[in-house]
Design a binder for this molecule. Structure first.
Ligand SMILES: Cc1cc2nc3c(=O)[nH]c(=O)nc-3n(C[C@H](O)[C@H](O)[C@H](O)COP(=O)(O)O)c2cc1C
Length: 210
């Protein structure tokens, strides 16, 4: 882990690929997965509300329950774990827990905190789709960071949108507050990811205005 953490960032982003075949004999420990999620949670988020939760599907029984929900994609069995990244529709409720300690530590004034809380509540109450948009936007940032952190720790991932979100919610008892964003299988690759390509920069950049 220490040695791969020292890899160059650009090597990590270039080497990350959606791995489809995992070595089922490699089991990441709960401590490693917790560390991985800690790295993921250093992602930025709107107002630092940290609109994410991570459901870790790690034991064999839970993996078997996930298999049909993930349309029988074998990664969920062979990977060490599959992490369901969930977005929080009610991240505005985190505000007190985020700002309270900052005020207590003298890093923020009570007045600034109250202004931020009012701003957050106003947005969540009045901007159409804000709770959902914020949940998706911010949890997605953590999901991407999780994949890069896994690579840096010497593991591989497969992001998966191919799953039945309603079934996931009901089978795993996910509270209404959370929206499934992405499944991420994580473990040791048995086969490298298939090569993939990207559009050249000049096809995807618009300078200044459409
Ligand atoms: C939102 C999202 C959903 C995806 N869903 C699946 C999936 O259900 N199953 C799968 O094998 N790969 C899935 N992928 C992987 C993509 O096919 C893959 O990232 C893309 O082809 C580019 O390849 P690369 O990641 O290896 O560069 C998904 C990727 C993303 C970002």
């Amino acid at each position: 882990m220490k040695e791969t953490l020292q890899q160059d960032f650009f090597t990590i982003i270039q080497d990350r690929g959606a791995v489809k075949q995992f070595d089922s004999s490699v089991k990441m420990t709960q401590a490693e997965i917790a560390k991985l999620i800690e790295y993921a949670s250093t992602a930025p988020s709107s107002w630092n509300l940290q609109h994410w939760k991570f459901l870790v599907i790690h034991d064999d029984e839970a993996k078997k329950k996930l298999l049909p929900i993930a349309y029988r994609q074998q990664q969920v069995i062979d990977a060490s774990a599959t992490i369901a990244v969930l977005g929080d529709f009610e991240a505005n409720k985190n505000a007190e827990a985020v700002y309270g300690p900052a005020v207590a530590a003298g890093a923020m004034t009570e007045e600034v905190k109250e202004r931020l809380l009012a701003n957050i509540e106003q947005t969540y109450a009045t901007v159409p789709h804000a709770p959902r948009d914020e949940a998706i936007r911010n949890a997605s940032l953590a999901a991407m960071q999780l994949m890069l952190a896994a690579k840096a720790m010497g593991y591989d991932t497969c992001p998966m949108g191919g799953f039945d979100a309603q079934q996931l919610v009901s089978v795993f008892g996910i509270p209404q507050r959370y929206l499934p964003i992405l499944l991420i299988a994580v473990g040791k690759a048995a086969q490298p990811a298939r090569p993939s390509s990207r559009f050249p920069a000049d096809q995807i950049i618009v300078w200044n205005q459409f």
